[in-house]
Design a binder for this molecule. Structure first.
Ligand code: 5GP
Length: 141
């Protein structure tokens, strides 16, 4: 896969961006097609197409910065009664830009944003079976 993305251009200063936060590892800026006004993206400065490629320490920092941004959104002029974090990892998850990014989405009631998922009702043995499978995979990593 071509590792070049528009976010690499943004990090390099080659593309226009409305920045709200920057440090050595992380950049946060306004999404160009916001789901709601004030929708932000937090990205690592280092190129990482997927979570598997991202240093977990930098991944943790994305969340830390996301927390600060959530607090800032609530105190800013953005209409914000709640916040959703969203991260798409992989095509099947809806990822379109292959440079890891955390969406920080300010919410107000009736803003129209939402996940289109319907909860299911698996039996306990099925939950336990998959829990065992995931635990096994964790122990191998
Ligand atoms: P994904 O579907 O990969 O989770 O989300 C990609 C996000 O990047 C979308 O919300 C889209 O609006 C945003 N985006 C795509 N291109 C640009 C751009 O050039 N600048 C900014 N600020 N956001 C972008």
């Amino acid at each position: 896969m071509n590792p070049h993305t528009i976010f690499a251009d943004i990090v390099a200063g080659r593309a226009p961006v409305s920045t709200v936060y920057e440090d050595d590892d992380v950049l946060a800026f306004m999404d160009i097609r916001p789901f709601t006004p004030g929708h932000l993206l937090v990205i690592p400065k280092v190129q990482a197409a997927s979570l598997a490629e991202l240093d977990p320490a930098v991944g943790g920092k994305l969340f830390q910065v996301g927390q600060r941004l959530a607090a800032a959104l609530r105190q800013s002029e953005v209409a914000c009664d709640g916040v959703n974090f969203f991260l798409a990892d992989g095509v099947a998850a809806g990822q379109e830009v292959f440079h890891v990014h955390l969406h920080v989405i300010p919410r107000t009631s009736g803003d129209g944003f939402g996940l289109r998922g319907r909860p299911t009702s698996p039996r306990r043995p099925d939950l336990d079976y998959l829990a065992g499978s995931i635990k096994g995979a964790l122990s191998r990593n």
